[in-house]
Design a protein. Structure first.
Length: 287
C-alpha cells in the first residue's frame, strides 16, 4: 500500500469533482442531469475501452467475481439517481451536507464494526473538523426531509463502492472497474433519459460539445483516481480528502463566475483544508 500515492490520487479526485461542478453549471443550459450523466459516462467508457485495448499487459476479467462487477455496474448510477432526486427535493446545500455526512458516518461504521480498525486521534480530529466545515458551508440548513434522506442514502452507496475497492480488490485492474461503472452509467442513465422523454442526442453549442467531451474524459479519470486512492488509503480519512471538493468548488466559482465568498464559506473551507492536512502531521499514535 502506497499511502502517499493514495492521498494525492484522492486529493486530485476532489479537485476534478470541483471542476466538474463548474462544468455542470455551464452544461445545464442545454443538458439535463440525466443527459449529462449518460453522455459523459458513454464518452468516458469509450476512452477506457481504448486505453484497455492499447494497454500492454493482459487483463483477465474472470479474476473478479461476476457479482462484484455487477455491483459496480449498478451502484455508480444509483448514486447519481439518488443524488439528483435529493437536489430536486431539497436545497443543494442540504444535499451536499447529507451526502457527505452519509459517507463519513458509514465509513466510520464499516471500519469500526466490520473491519475493527482503530479510531485514531487523527480520524477524530479530521472528522470533527470536516463536519464543522460542512456546517459553515451549508448554513442555514433546513429541516430533514425526503431529499435529505436521498442524499444521505447516496453517500452510503458511494461509500459502499469505495469499501469494495479498499478491502476486496487489491489485485483487480482499476481500468476494469472504471469500465463497468461507466458502462452502468451509460445504460441506466440512458434508460432514465428515455423514460423522462428527453433526447439522447440533443443539439449542442460548440462550447458545450467541447465541454461534454472534456468532462467525459474527466469522469473516467476521477473514477480511476478514486479506485487507486482507496486501494492505498484509509477509508474514512480518504472520504475526508475527497471532500476537498467543497473547498475547491467555491474557489473555482469565484474565479470563473466571480461569485463572492462569504465569511462562513471561508471558515468552512479552512476547516476542511485543516481536516485534510492533519492526517499527515506527525501526531503520536494513541496506544
Amino acid at each position: 500500500m502506497d499511502r502517499l500515492k493514495g492521498f494525492f490520487a484522492l486529493l486530485l479526485a476532489g479537485i476534478i469533482y470541483s471542476f466538474n461542478d463548474v462544468c455542470i453549471r455551464i452544461l445545464g443550459s442545454q443538458l439535463s442531469g440525466y443527459q449529462q450523466v449518460t453522455l459523459r459516462s458513454f464518452i468516458g467508457f469509450v476512452i477506457i475501452l481504448i486505453f484497455i485495448f492499447f494497454q500492454k499487459k493482459n487483463i483477465n476479467v474472470h479474476k473478479t467475481q461476476k457479482r462484484i462487477l455487477l455491483l459496480y455496474f449498478f451502484c455508480f448510477p444509483i448514486v447519481f439517481i439518488l443524488f439528483n432526486l435529493s437536489i430536486l427535493l431539497t436545497k443543494i446545500a442540504n444535499t451536499v451536507f447529507s451526502f457527505t455526512i452519509g459517507t463519513l458516518i458509514f465509513s466510520l461504521i464499516i471500519e469500526g464494526f466490520f473491519y475493527k480498525e482503530k479510531l485514531s486521534r487523527e480520524k477524530i480530529i479530521s472528522t470533527t473538523l470536516t463536519i464543522i466545515g460542512l456546517c459553515f458551508l451549508t448554513f442555514p440548513l433546513s429541516q430533514v426531509n425526503l431529499g435529505f434522506i436521498y442524499g444521505f442514502a447516496a453517500g452510503i452507496v458511494y461509500t459502499f463502492i469505495n469499501t469494495l475497492v479498499r478491502h476486496s480488490h487489491q489485485k483487480t485492474n482499476p481500468n476494469v472497474l472504471v469500465g463497468f461503472q461507466l458502462f452502468g452509467g451509460t445504460l441506466i442513465g440512458g434508460a432514465a433519459t428515455f423514460i423522462v422523454g428527453q433526447s439522447l442526442f440533443p443539439d449542442l453549442s460548440l462550447l458545450n460539445l467541447i465541454l461534454i467531451i472534456i468532462t467525459g474524459g474527466t469522469i473516467a479519470l476521477v473514477t480511476y483516481l478514486t479506485i487507486v486512492g482507496f486501494k492505498n488509503f484509509d477509508l474514512n480519512l480518504g472520504t475526508i480528502v475527497i471532500s476537498s471538493e467543497l473547498f475547491f468548488a467555491p474557489l473555482f466559482a469565484f474565479i470563473l463566475f466571480k461569485e463572492s465568498l462569504t465569511l462562513l464559506e471561508i471558515v468552512g473551507g479552512v476547516c476542511i483544508a485543516l481536516a485534510i492536512i492533519i492526517p499527515h502531521a506527525k501526531f503520536a499514535k494513541i496506544k
